[in-house]
Design a binder for this molecule. Sequence first.
Ligand code: ATP
Length: 299
Amino acid sequence: MIQMIEINKTFEKQEAVKNVNMTINKGSIYGLIGSNGAGKTTIIKLIAGIYKQDDGQVLLDGSPIFENQALKEKIFYISDQPYFFPQYTVKQMAKFYKSIYPAWNEDRFLKLAEVFDFSMNKKLHSFSKGIQRQAAFWLALSTMPEVLILDEPMDGLDPVARKKVKNLLIQDVADREMTILISSHNLREIEDICDHIGILHHGSLLMEKDLDDLKSDIHKVQVAYRGDTPNHLENQLALLHCERRGSVMVCIIRGKKDEIQKVINLTEPVIFDILPLTLEEIFIYEMGDIGYAIKNILV
Ligand SMILES: Nc1ncnc2c1ncn2[C@@H]1O[C@H](COP(=O)(O)OP(=O)(O)OP(=O)(O)O)[C@@H](O)[C@H]1O
């Protein structure tokens, strides 16, 4: 488990991270979302043990990460601009990582050569940005990290490569409880992979939520009646928002699906569907003012 406890980090006079408390459970995929300058990279570098916090604690399984070699060997960080030694091939980088990551798995490395369809003997700098990023995933997953930290991981990957990478990540989480921290500007890009989301704004964590809890508690409903809409609907349901589109009402309702279905079926609608909600819609309707602040920081 990763814990940040009352973390502050200031650069010169710039407060990059303000009193942040964050918990990332083992085996979880945690998405850290925020606009430019929100503090995502600073948090990531604190957890990777690259920066030292001004106050508070950054812990992995209860021990401080900064300057802790044994813990850092269990963590792999892919930055938004993956770094390789000049003139090195994938194979040469693999040899380097093998010497510093004790859990390096050569079989895994060779197996992944079948997934990543490019040569391990070509110089990395001769590859495109997207292939270099794929190479970073290939090397990272071969170190068998307990914690994988990814800064804007999907940047530059085409849809096929994205899918490939997402599948590999999910497999490692399922097979060996790898923990993943992903930062992104784009909620939509990572909502299908994360189980927890933290929203960061101007250095503060606005909220931290379990996605299943969020999704099971709010629903979008499309409903139409032969005559007028029954008045008592709003007394019996927690309506967060309702709008009329022609003869159809589209409503966002807080509550469990079964209960909502039961109440609406009793009113004998001519049309009644429960529609999928995007995470963005959930944030906006569920969180009121904060939701609108979040809407503005989501691209
Ligand atoms: N090394 C540094 N020196 C001075 N200020 C810094 C440094 N690193 C970050 N900052 C400042 O801290 C704040 C948070 O930056 P950070 O890079 O963590 O944000 P971010 O959410 O990752 O942004 P982006 O999405 O643009 O990458 C910004 O105001 C930034 O200017």
